[in-house]
Design a protein around this ligand. Sequence first.
Ligand code: ADP
Length: 347
Amino acid sequence: MEEYQDLYRSYFFNSRDLACIATKEGYFVQLSDSWEVETGYTKDELCAEPYVNFVHPDDKENTAHATITLSRGVPVLKFENRYRTKAGGYIWLSWSAISVDTNGLVFASARNVTVEKELRNNLDESNKFKLMLLARVNHEIKTPLTSIKGYTQLLELTIDKKGIAVSYIEKILKNVTFLSTILDEITDLTKLYQDIVHLKYDIVSLGSIIDDSIVVVGDPNGVNLVLDRRYFETLINVDVGKFKQCVVNLLSNSIKYNKPDGSVRIYCNKDLNKIHLFVADTGIGIPTDKFYRIYTPFDRLDRDSTVQGTGLGLSITKKFLEKMNCSISFESKVDVGTTFRVDIPLV
Ligand code: ADP
């Protein structure tokens, strides 16, 4: 036993992490040597006053909450706060703490995560800036693009219908429309990443959204669309516009990536808590080794550019669905087809 106590002491005092034991009154009673190295205070100085005195003023409240949690016997893991150093600065500590005995002694160990934290903060700032820039550029491009589209449509109305110019105008309009789609999708994605998407929930039948989506997608390009209307009357609570956008994405993909004379079947299943919507196509399928890339923005899974797309639709769809407490999954086999499934909570 003696020998274990020596081992324990050596483990505790030489720990590279900041190990400590504190009383329920909020004083340190034992500290590993690393405390002196990291904070610059001696152990005596650290034990002389309540530990909360060393905590950054902005972190005192959270620290008090963590202490209450511990006093209820609940471990506190990955809790972060700032500790004052003797030099007058602060270091970030990440804590794992438990309160194990009836005297309320707290056993804890912390890691100095200052460098990680600063790196993370810089990254957050730089990502925020990039998203803001993207949103701004997007907005600036959208206005002239809308104007180009409008004037091209006017031109189409006024020129000689038989001339070669008609086909040029059609090409301009097709590309302008595609550019517009890209900008809209980038706007959605930047909003999702900035977490500034506002959802407006309504209770509607799933079938009404599917029917509207079919209208939006329009001509199925020779693909046979089969609707199994069972459970279509089921009510769901979603943001109708956003949910429709998701169904439109799944449906237009099932048409875009289909084969000549292929088909798309839309059907539903239901269990106790959820309704499941399926969009099943008999298309070209997705190779198994690319499954993991399917929701990555801008990743088109190396498709050739004959099929127009941005590689953004599914990443947006997944994020929107998750925001609405729904989930998405898929099964696919090359040359056989792909089935996307959306699970929606019942109202
Ligand atoms: P986009 O269609 O604009 O490229 P998406 O994000 O909607 O972007 O889809 C990402 C990629 O996933 C597509 O480029 C395509 O390679 C693949 N994909 C999506 N849906 C299907 C499908 N039903 N069948 C086969 N491949 C699909």
